[in-house]
Design a binder for this molecule. Structure first.
Ligand SMILES: [Fe+2]
Length: 257
């Protein structure tokens, strides 16, 4: 099974220019074009949140326009910049369940779980008791590998400015749930960091995917976030009976502004 994956689009309202001059729409279109040219056989395109820049809710229509040519099903998650209600008004398939944008589906023997880690009014992430209970029940409801997509990674990565923005509310409970369902071989796919990071968090493997837009610098001293104009990129995930493979397709900035 092949899945396409992108994250942290930070699209702007029509007519709004990014302060750096780097256009998130152009960068995303470049990634989508490359995906469709090379990976049209993927079963899903998953976008793990921060679809828009904070309060730029008209940008959901920009995203709908960009995705109009994508023939495979698209799964949208929320991040700390998103607005659940505004998103669901533009995308009929992205409906709230129990007030959250979380969902699950079975694809080729794999359970794909889409989590909602948005904490209202905060940039750090949250899995509330209600969402954790849903996850626990969902993991108990199937067999086979479980692929969990979520905006906020629960782990520290050694970059202080990012570590304080991680999933910090519900992280201990999440680790307990994943431990109880170890037989499901859970794998976490996260965004939010604007960097490629992978590792093991309390026994569960994870990957954080870079963004089509601006990256965040690898600065391990205490300081504010530093944005860097790196190459746009997206992920290609392969899953079979042997396990999970995650590729990053990095594109040049040529012709992309
Ligand atoms: Fe984020």
């Amino acid at each position: 099974m092949k899945l396409l994956w992108t994250t942290d689009l930070h699209l702007l309202n029509p007519g709004v220019l990014h302060s750096t001059g780097v256009d998130p729409e152009i960068r995303l279109r470049r990634c989508i074009d490359d995906m469709l040219s090379n990976h049209g056989d993927a079963k899903r395109l998953v976008i793990t949140g921060d679809l828009i820049q904070l309060r730029n809710t008209a940008a959901y229509s920009v995203l709908a326009n960009i995705l109009a040519d994508v023939r495979m099903p698209v799964r949208l998650l929320v991040g700390n910049h998103d607005d659940r209600v505004a998103l669901s008004e533009v995308f009929p398939d992205a409906q709230l369940h129990e007030g959250f944008l979380q969902d699950v589906e079975e694809v080729d023997g794999h359970q794909l779980i889409y989590l909602d880690t948005l904490a209202d009014g905060k940039h750090s992430g949250q899995l509330s008791p209600q969402r954790l209970a849903w996850l626990d029940k969902t993991l108990a409801s199937a067999d086979g590998p479980a692929l969990l997509f979520m905006h906020h990674p629960p782990t520290n990565v050694g970059i202080p400015a990012l570590d304080k923005l991680r999933l910090s509310d519900g992280d201990t409970e999440l680790a307990d749930i994943l431990r109880r369902h170890r037989n499901r071989q859970p794998y976490l796919f996260c965004g939010h960091l604007h960097r490629n990071v992978s590792g093991i968090w309390r026994g569960t493997p994870y990957t954080v995917m870079t963004t089509p837009h601006l990256g965040i610098a690898l600065r391990m001293e205490q300081q504010p976030l530093v944005k860097v104009d790196e190459n746009p990129g997206y992920g290609v995930i392969l899953c079979d009976k042997d396990g999970v493979v995650v590729h990053t397709q990095s594109l040049t900035k040529d012709a992309a502004v």
